[in-house]
Design a binder for this molecule. Sequence first.
Ligand code: MRU
Length: 357
Amino acid sequence: MSKLLQPAELGLELKADNAIVWHEDDLYLLDQRLLPQRGAFLPLRSLTEVAKAIRDMVVRGAPAIGVTAAYGLVLAARERYAESPIGWFELMQQDFDQLAAARPTAVNLFWAIERIRGLAQGLDGNPEGPLLAEARRIHAEDIAANRRIGDLGADLIRKPTAIITHCNAGALATGGYGTALGVIRSAHAQGKVERVYADETRPWLQGARLTAWELVQDGIPVSLMADGAAAARMREGGIGWVVVGSDRIAANGDVANKIGTYGLAIAARHHGVKFMVAAPTSTIDMGLTNGGMIPIETRASDEVFSCGGQRVASEGAHAWNPVFDVTPAELVDAIVTEKGIVLKPDAGKLARLVQKG
Ligand code: MRU
C-alpha cells in the first residue's frame, strides 16, 4: 500500500469537507476506513488504484464515489495518452469497464463515467487538462447541489425536532456538505435540530465512525444507537423526521440505500414519523422503472462475522450480507434534490423533476 499522508502534508486541515483532494497532479483520498481514530490520506496514481479504493471502501457514499471516479479517469487518460497519443480513447474503454465493476449499486459511479466518456470522445490532443476541468466541475456541482438540497430539506422541517439518520450521507459521502447531513446541517443552523439519533450502521459502522464524527465536529448533538433501537426510539416520541441519503432512486421513486433503511421507513410510517430522502438528481436512474431492478451489492460474509476487525461470530454460522435495500416509494414522504422537492414520489412527478433545467 502507498504511504499515507497527514493532512498538513497536503496543506489541509482534517475536515470532512476535505476528503477528496486533487493535489499536484495526483488524487488523494481521506481513508474513511481509519476514521475517526486517524485522519490520513491515501495517494492514488492510477485508475487501478482508484477502482480498488472504491471497492475497498477507502471512499464510500454514492456522490463521493462519482466524484472520485471522475478524478480517477483523469489519471487513466494521462496514462493512456502517454501510451498512445492517437489511440488513447480506445484504450480507455478498459478503464471505464474496470471502474464500472468496482461497486454495482451507487448509480453516481456510472453517471460520472458516462459524463467523462461523453466529453473524452470528442477531444483532440492531450485530454488531461479538459478532463481535469470536468472532474473539478462535477465535484463543485455536487457541493452546490448539496447546499441547495440542505436548504430545501430544512424548509420541510417546520419546527424543532429530533431526527434519525442512517449510514453516512455527510460531507464524507459526497463532494462536500452532505445530502442527509446537509439537510441536518442547514436545519441545525435554523435552530430546528434538537438532536440527531444516528444508527451505528452495521457492519461497516458508517454511523458510528463517520456520521458521529462529522456531527461532533460541527457541534450538532448526536446520540448513537444500535440499528435495532430505532423503532423503540420512535415509540418514545419526539422524532419528527428520518432523513437519509440514497445510492440509486428508480424512476417510480423506489429508493436504494444502506441496508436497514427499508426497516427504518416501515417503522417511521408505523409511528407517524416523516421519511425524507435527500439526494442529487445524479442519483436518479430513469432507466430503471422500479426498485426491483436496482442491482444490490452483496459483500463478503466476513464483514458480518467480525466487528472492529475482531471475529465475533460463532464458527460454522453462515452470513447474508446485502449492503443495500430498497424502500418502496409509498413509504417515502419526500425526495429532496437540487432541482426541487417531490412529495409522495411517483413516476410522473420524478419525470417532471428530472426534466427541469
Ligand atoms: O456502502 P456505502 O458506505 O457506500 O453506502 C453508503 C450509503 O448507503 C449512503 O447512505 C448513500 O450512499 C447516500 S450518500 C450521500
